[in-house]
Design a protein around this ligand. Sequence first.
Ligand SMILES: *Cc1c(COP(=O)(O)O)cnc(C)c1O
Length: 437
Amino acid sequence: MDAAEFRKRGKEMVDYVADYLEKIDKRQVFPDVEPGYLRPLIPDCAPQDPESFEDVFKDIEKIIMPGVTHWHSPYFFAYFPAASSFPALLADMLCGGIGCVGFSWAASPACTELETVMLDWLGKMINLPEEFLAGKHSQGGGVIQGSASEATLISLLAARTKTIRRVQSEKPELTEADIMGRLVAYASDQFCATLGTTPCCSFDKLLELGPICNKENIWMHIDAAYAGSAFICPEFRHLLNGVEFADSFNFNPHKWLLVNFDCSAMWVKKRSDLTGAFKLEPLYLQHHHQESGLVTDYRHWQIPLGRRFRSLKLWFVLRMYGVTGLQEHIRKHVRLSHQFEHLVLQDERFETCAEVVLGLVCFRLKGSNELNKALLKSITEAKKIHLVPCHLREKFVLRFAICSRTVESTHIKFAWQHISQLATDLLKTWEQKHHQQ
Ligand SMILES: *Cc1c(COP(=O)(O)O)cnc(C)c1O
């Protein structure tokens, strides 16, 4: 493919994606395929000779789409939102076009510098304490990781290195191995301090945990993967109170801030804690600017060496939505989750199972776990909407997560009517079955 053909095909692809997203509500949200469906549809080996773009293109609808779960369908209420927006899609295209690998400042200065500034913008949007921002000369700063899981692992590794060095300075007779064997990590069954747990969006009490961590010299990492985006709204910012006690903090714009995967924003109060843990400096990666101290080399802030120009999509989205546009998006989702909550509460057969704070409603039929599993099974098999369950304590619970950028009140009403009808059908057969027994 040369540049001339790329121009033509690029426009076709943009049209295809725009059509796909514009009419996504017409597609069945969850596919009909069985495991292993794809292999028989494509050749065993890569083609020896080149194929045309048309050949590849027509296989999208034939081979790929039949096996796609449509995360951006307004009938998708499973897991958690996956962010997507047109500005982010365009920025990702540019990212691919530039195609740099920004592991150090010199490897592509704009890639590093835009990321540092975007993480400051984002930090200011959620009113993160000044210490976490890079500013012009601060010790803190932000970085884009691929996922919240990576951010947590990096915090853990940095905490380990920091603690080993502290203990070694107090007790030089101990080896690294001696210390390593005695380190303790404190966690709940959700792992670290969490704002917005995945099953039911509950919030740890940072104002209780934080001072203990600080007093005992324990690194505190806060994971706000989903909920963090909501803190751009002043009415939800109080949920972040206590972040001032943390050493590191993370949330995922790729969940709820309209920036396509992957974009997990992570901040630390002391960048030297990260660079101290991960720094490797072979000669081919050294650069004369390093002496100035002004240079950020993001390879020391992460596990991989390579990294994409991900801050572009943050830049496009923050500029083209503005803070108010993004606040509207969050508020709409929260409004819709309360709408669903009210519908559930009006039906005596149902109960909610956790406080609805943001965009997630946990609910169930009053009755056994078996009954609720049967309800979920009928929802899953009907494939009109898609949702997934969780366990809260011993209870089997259905999670209704507001996900799509384009979901509206009518979709919520439809989803509820559908669930309620399936429940009516189920309860009829369920009671008959239990009478016979
Ligand atoms: C979604 C979620 C994660 C996982 O996020 P990744 O970026 O996919 O690793 C971690 N923690 C919480 C609280 C989440 O909601």
